[in-house]
Design a protein around this ligand. Structure first.
Ligand SMILES: [Zn+2]
Length: 81
């Protein structure tokens, strides 16, 4: 067992000022500038994953929260105009 070895592979929480290891990721997209195949990923600790997701939802961005390391190919649906 290795103690205290977070290593470079575990990203830190994206919340400003939080240095906790991420346990989740917030996958999101800005429909105004990103195509359907574009997925932005924020790493988040368990404490802040809801905060970050709500931050994006409040801007009407499609959001999908997953465990860390899950690849999401698309978030939300293509805008129909
Ligand atoms: Zn955090």
């Amino acid at each position: 067992m290795i103690i205290g070895s977070a290593g470079p592979d575990i990203p830190q929480c994206s919340r400003a000022g939080c240095r906790a290891d991420a346990t989740h990721q917030v996958n999101w997209r800005n429909p105004k500038i990103h195509g359907i195949d574009r997925v932005k990923v924020w790493a988040a600790c368990a404490e802040h994953v809801d905060f970050l997701a709500e931050f994006l939802r409040s801007r009407d961005f499609p959001v999908e929260v997953t465990e860390l390391g899950v690849t999401v190919s698309a978030v939300g649906t293509e805008a129909t105009s």
